[in-house]
Design a protein around this ligand. Structure first.
Ligand code: GDD
Ligand code: MN
Length: 377
């Protein structure tokens, strides 16, 4: 043990009642579910010292208030209330890092996962048979019958892509229900993406097959209260995660999205330019300036909704953000042209110089937008 944490013989702290498992529950608008889940955890984990860490992203329905109420009656309950942030993966990571039990579980608040599997998961970790236990819908004995056709198809398709592209061995890498040795998680944590929904896939892909993993079957139930927060955007998140892991984390999910939005902006620019010239008969400089303004505005809106949706600007902050974004992009344009010129000077190949300039522009815009426009709170 490290000297800094050695307590000495007269330590007033008692090593009794320390949790063996920390259950992390991400919540967003789950007011009607958290108390039921808490009761079920207490019943199923009877005999195993446990704690539960709810990570709530300041739910408008006041989920965190309900959890606080539980925490005031039972010290095994804790609540992390995150303000100005959104995101399932980030919430899970933060919850596990706030835990101190040797094992950490992640389970949804909406009772769709089967909490009665938790003791079995603890046993598998305790025996050393596994370092990671995954609740799986896609092995014998498990099922996801409550999914509609469309969602079931998408889930199977995404699972196949993940397994082939990232060479992930497990059958259900999209599961949101698992338990892991906290010390091993702690080693992986700095490389995990806080964006998106696919925390387990990220863990498994980042560990590169080094986690001894056991899958146990469970049935994905249907939701009693509230609604799913997974929208069509998760497809984009998923694609970004696969690409980021495929490139060995050279390209981050956010940068990829920023780049995709930028590429779309080029199309918006050209279409606007064409309309201004052909329909409105505007002189070229005005038409070009209009194209740039429209493209910057649409890029800002798309980035606010996609790239930075976990830190989305709202209300008055949108206007301030937009003006800052114009400023950032204008400087980016100078950087773009400057680099393109100097490359062209050395090697007069138009496409090489153009691409170098564009790359410079997108890197600049990305770095500066992250610093000034969508600042982390
Ligand atoms: N803190 C926080 N922040 N929690 C969130 C957020 C967020 O932005 N978005 C969702 N959650 C919480 C929900 O409140 C719920 O407890 C849990 O994360 C899962 O969200 P759902 O919206 O219910 O997702 P789902 O049921 O469609 O999908 C779940 O199950 C799948 C199968 O296991 C997720 O866990 C998926 O990741 C998983 O693939
Ligand atoms: Mn759910």
């Amino acid at each position: 043990m490290n000297d800094a944490i050695r307590l000495g013989p007269q330590s007033p702290l008692q090593a009794t009642g320390l949790p063996q498992v920390s259950v992390v529950v991400p919540t967003f608008n789950e007011r009607d579910n958290v108390t039921v889940l808490y009761r079920r955890l207490a019943a199923t984990l009877e005999g195993i010292p446990w704690e539960v860490v709810f990570v709530d992203d300041n739910s408008p329905d006041g989920t965190w208030e309900v959890v606080r109420g539980l925490a005031q009656q039972d010290s095994r309950v804790r609540c992390i209330r995150r303000i100005g942030r959104r995101g399932l993966s980030g919430a899970c990571i933060e919850g596990i890092l706030a835990a101190s039990a040797p094992y950490a579980a992640v389970i949804d608040a909406d009772l769709q996962h089967d909490e009665s599997q938790l003791p079995k998961m603890v046993a598998l970790l305790q025996s050393g048979e596994a370092e990671l236990v995954v609740g799986s819908r896609y092995i014998e004995g498990g099922s996801a019958d409550s999914f509609n056709k469309q969602r079931a198809g998408a889930s199977v398709f995404a699972t196949e892509i993940a397994r082939r592209v990232l060479q992930v061995e497990i059958k259900d890498p999209m599961s949101g229900f698992f338990m892991i040795r906290r010390d091993l998680f702690e080693q992986l944590a700095p490389q995990l993406s806080t964006q998106g929904f696919k925390i387990l896939l990220d863990i498994v892909a980042t560990a590169k097959g080094k986690l001894r993993t056991v899958e146990i079957p469970y049935t994905f139930g249907s939701r009693q209260h509230g609604e799913s927060k997974l929208d069509s955007m998760v497809a984009l998140d998923f694609l970004g995660l696969v690409l980021a892991k495929f490139t060995g984390d050279v390209l981050s999910l956010r940068f990829l999205m920023f780049g995709m939005v930028g590429a779309l902006g080029l199309i918006v620019h050209l279409v606007t330019l064409f309309i201004a010239l052909e329909v409105f008969r505007a002189p070229f400089p005005e038409a070009q300036a209009t194209g740039a303004l429209v493209a910057m505005t649409s890029n800002f809106i798309l980035n606010n909704f996609l790239t930075y949706r976990d830190q989305r600007l709202k209300g008055f902050a949108i206007l301030r953000g937009l003006l800052l974004f114009y400023l950032v992009c204008s400087v980016g344009l100078f950087a773009n042209v400057g680099v393109a010129f100097s490359v062209y000077d050395q090697e007069p190949i138009w496409w090489l110089a153009g691409a170098a300039g564009a790359l410079m522009g997108v890197v600049w815009n990305y770095a500066m937008s992250g610093l000034f426009v969508w600042r982390k709170r």
